[in-house]
Design a protein around this ligand. Structure first.
Ligand code: PMP
Length: 413
C-alpha cells in the first residue's frame, strides 16, 4: 500500500462519482449539434415545418431512425421528448390513472406492485415510490433477474403489474440478460392480465469491449409467446449525443402505441421536432450512431480500466470483496463484506470522494446486506478516477479495520 487513508485525506481532493454522467469530452463529440444547428433548417424530409406544433408521436424520420436502432417498424416507435426516464414515468402514471389498453386503472384495484431486480437503477425505484407502487426486490444474477423467483411471484400475485428490466449492461451491475432469461420473461404466465415489462434499453449501443451483444427483440419475443402487449421498450440519445438534450424513444405493440397516443395527446401537443431534425441530420443512420459510440468507447474504456487496475492492486487480496468488470454501460458495482458499504461511502466522502449513497440501488434505499457500492467512472478525468479508486480502496480497508477493532476489543486499545 503506497498511501494511508489519512495521507489520502490530507490531500483535500474533491471528486464527484455520484452519477453516471458523460464527461465533457464526450459531450464535445456532438458539438456539431450546436455549431451546425442552423444547417439542419426547419423543414423535414416531407416538408413538415418543425417550428410548429403537432406530430405527437415524433418526427417521421426520427421515428424511422429509432426504428432502425431498435429493429422494429417505425409505426411501433415513438420519438418523444428529451428523456426516456420521463417516458417511463409517464407510462406508469398513465397506467395508474387510466389503465393499460382495455384494462382498468391500476390505482383503482388497490395495491400495485413492481418487481425490482437488485442492485438496480435508483431512478426506476424513485418513480415507483413517488406513484405509491410497492417494490418487491428480486436478486440479480449473472444472466439477469432470478427467473425462478420472478416466474413464481408473477404467476401467483395479480397485484404485480410489472418488472424493471435493463437488459444490456444493467445499471449498476453491467449484467447482460441471457436469451434464456429474455425468453422466460416473454413467456411466463402472469396473474395480472395487464402485466408489463418496463424494458429500459438505455445502454443498447454503449459497449466497452469489441464484443457486440445484441439487445434482444423483446417485442417480437413477447408477440411470439402470445403476449404481444407485454413489453414497453425505452431508449434515448442521452448518452449518445447530449445528456438530456436529445430525444427519447418508446417502442411497443401497435395497440400500446395507440394507447400511448391517446394518453400523451392530453399531456403535450408534440415534442421538440427541431431537435429531432438536428439529430437525424447529425446521426444519419445506424452506422452513424455506431461510429459515434466508438468514439465514446475510446474515452470511457480507459477510465473503467484504470478503476479496475487500482482496485485489483489495492483490494485484490481482501476476502469477500469483489467488483464487476462490465463490458458496457456506465457503472461498476463493488461488493464489500456484509455491513461495510455505508461506512465506506462515509469515509470516502470524508476523504473528498463523493459516491452514490450506499443503498441507493435498492428499493426504499435499503441494501439489506449493506454491501453494495455503485461507482460511476464516466465523468471524472482518468487521473481523478485513479485517485477516486485509491480513496474507495483505502476507505473500505479503513472501514474493515474499524470493524475488526469492534469485534476484537484487544485491537481497539
Ligand atoms: N435508464 C437508465 C438505466 C439509466 O442509467 C439512465 C441514466 N443514468 C436513464 C435511463 C436516463 O435516461 P434519459 O436521459 O433518457 O432520461
Amino acid at each position: 500500500m503506497t498511501m494511508t487513508y489519512d495521507e489520502f485525506k490530507a490531500q483535500r481532493l474533491s471528486i464527484d462519482m455520484t452519477r453516471g454522467k458523460p464527461a465533457p469530452e464526450q459531450l464535445d463529440l456532438s458539438r456539431a449539434l450546436i455549431d451546425d444547428a442552423a444547417a439542419a433548417g426547419y423543414l423535414s424530409r416531407d416538408g413538415i415545418d418543425c417550428r410548429n406544433y403537432g406530430h405527437v408521436l415524433g418526427l417521421p424520420e426520427a421515428r424511422e431512425l429509432g426504428a432502425q436502432w431498435l429493429g422494429l417498424p417505425a409505426a411501433q416507435v415513438v420519438a418523444g421528448g428529451n428523456s426516456s426516464l420521463e417516458l417511463m414515468h409517464d407510462a406508469l402514471a398513465f397506467a395508474m390513472l387510466h389503465g393499460m389498453p382495455q384494462g382498468e386503472p391500476w390505482a383503482r384495484g388497490g395495491e400495485v406492485a413492481f418487481l425490482c431486480p437488485v442492485p438496480g437503477y435508483d431512478r426506476h425505484f424513485a418513480i415507483c415510490e413517488a406513484l405509491g407502487i410497492r417494490m418487491i426486490a428480486v436478486p440479480m444474477h449473472e444472466d439477469g433477474p432470478d427467473m425462478d423467483r420472478v416466474e413464481a411471484l408473477v404467476a401467483a400475485d395479480p397485484t404485480i403489474k410489472g418488472i424493471w428490466c435493463t437488459p444490456l449492461y444493467s445499471n449498476p451491475t453491467g449484467t447482460i440478460y441471457s436469451s434464456e432469461t429474455v425468453h422466460r420473461l416473454a413467456r411466463m404466465p402472469a396473474a395480472a392480465p395487464d402485466f408489463r415489462l418496463f424494458w429500459d434499453d438505455a445502454y443498447r449501443f454503449h459497449h466497452l469491449t469489441d464484443e457486440r451483444p445484441a439487445s434482444p427483440d423483446i417485442v417480437g419475443a413477447c408477440t411470439r409467446a402470445g403476449h404481444p402487449d407485454r413489453a414497453l421498450v425505452f431508449a434515448s440519445t442521452s448518452k449518445v449525443t447530449l445528456a438530456g438534450g436529445g430525444f427519447a424513444l418508446l417502442a411497443s405493440s401497435p395497440r400500446n402505441i395507440d394507447w400511448w397516443q391517446r394518453c400523451v395527446s392530453v399531456r403535450t401537443i408534440g415534442p421538440d421536432k427541431l431537435n429531432q431534425l438536428r439529430h437525424v441530420h447529425y446521426l444519419r443512420d445506424r452506422a452513424g450512431l455506431e461510429q459515434l459510440m466508438e468514439r465514446h468507447r475510446a474515452i470511457l474504456q480507459p477510465k473503467f480500466a484504470a478503476l479496475d487496475t487500482v482496485l485489483r492492486a489495492l483490494l485484490g487480496d481482501v476476502p469477500d470483496v469483489s467488483w464487476t468488470r462490465p463490458k458496457g454501460g456506465y457503472f461498476v458495482s463493488l461488493f464489500t463484506p456484509d455491513g461495510y458499504a455505508r461506512r465506506t461511502v462515509e469515509l470516502a466522502a470524508q476523504a473528498g470522494v463523493v459516491l452514490t449513497p450506499a443503498g441507493a440501488a435498492f428499493p426504499y434505499r435499503v441494501d439489506p446486506r449493506d454491501r453494495h457500492l455503485r461507482i460511476a467512472p464516466s465523468c471524472p478525468s482518468p487521473a481523478q478516477i485513479e485517485q477516486a479508486a485509491v480513496a474507495i480502496a483505502l476507505s473500505l480497508r479503513r472501514a474493515l479495520d474499524e470493524g475488526t477493532k469492534v469485534l476484537d476489543p484487544a485491537r481497539a486499545a
